[in-house]
Design a protein around this ligand. Structure first.
Ligand code: DX5
Ligand code: ZN
Length: 235
């Protein structure tokens, strides 16, 4: 805690002056279909983690269905205690943006592979004052997002196929990081899926600014300890 985040928005809405040194390097991921479980997991990390990654699934873009974005509002408004990164694994991301704004999200990540006008959705996010992010499935090459260079503040490199926790990390996706860095002057790169003690250093060394961790934190006996241990491994 106590980290500072200096995201400044230029007139043309490109995020500048990213204070990468202070960026939280491990972000816990909550993937659940149970609003009560969502609440309990947020409660557990209150005061422990500034950022939380919330996985939203529509049963179309991926087979599973999760809680809805609006579930983040109820019941005690816990969401306000965090900076939320909402990962929209949905076919029609534009339909979710107003709700993301309503729950006070900081960063929204949509998929390159989603349907609809991705560029329009990214611009709408920025118009809402949200950090715009784009995710790449393992099979999607880095150059699939080159056209969005001016519209995104962050790129999420998926190291598993989206849709569930506890899958095996695919190291080959790390090869995309230098290519993304070359195309995007200033961008936050996150890696999501299959991250744990055995690969977290490798991910940060490959140039990612942060890693998203689900099961290796939440399926641990002591999730807060597991989170701290991972953070300690990269400091
Ligand atoms: C995968 C999700 C991930 C997931 C990570 O569909 O986008 O964020 O929650 O969980 P682990 O770390 O278990 O792969
Ligand atoms: Zn995710």
């Amino acid at each position: 805690m106590g980290r500072s985040y200096k995201f400044q928005i230029r007139n043309d809405n490109i995020y500048q002056a990213l204070d990468l040194q202070d960026m939280q390097k491990v972000i816990p991921a909550i993937l659940t279909s149970d609003p009560e479980d969502l609440r309990a997991k947020l409660q557990l990390f209150k005061g422990e983690s500034e950022w939380m990654h919330i996985d939203i699934m529509d049963g179309r873009f991926v087979p599973n269905v999760s809680v809805s974005v609006r579930d983040l509002l109820a019941p005690e408004g816990l969401a306000g205690d965090f900076r939320l990164e909402i990962h929209l694994m949905v076919q029609n991301p534009q339909a979710y943006l107003a709700d993301c704004k309503a729950v006070g999200a900081s960063r929204i990540i949509i998929h390159q592979e989603a349907a609809g006008d991705i560029e329009k959705a990214l611009r709408e996010m920025k118009a809402y004052g949200l950090q715009a992010g784009i995710a790449l499935n393992p099979a999607t090459p880095a150059d699939a997002i080159t056209r969005y260079t001016n519209d995104v503040a962050s790129v999420l490199v998926m190291a598993v196929n989206p849709g569930s926790q506890g899958q095996e990390f695919m190291p080959s996706v790390l090869e995309k990081i230098p290519a993304i860095k070359k195309d995007f002057a200033q961008v936050l790169i996150g890696v999501d899926g299959g991250v744990g003690e055995e690969n977290i250093s490798q991910i940060l060394q490959a140039g990612a600014e942060y890693a998203v961790v689900g099961s290796k934190i939440f399926a641990a006996d002591d999730p807060k300890e597991a989170f701290k241990k991972l953070e300690g491994m990269i400091e």
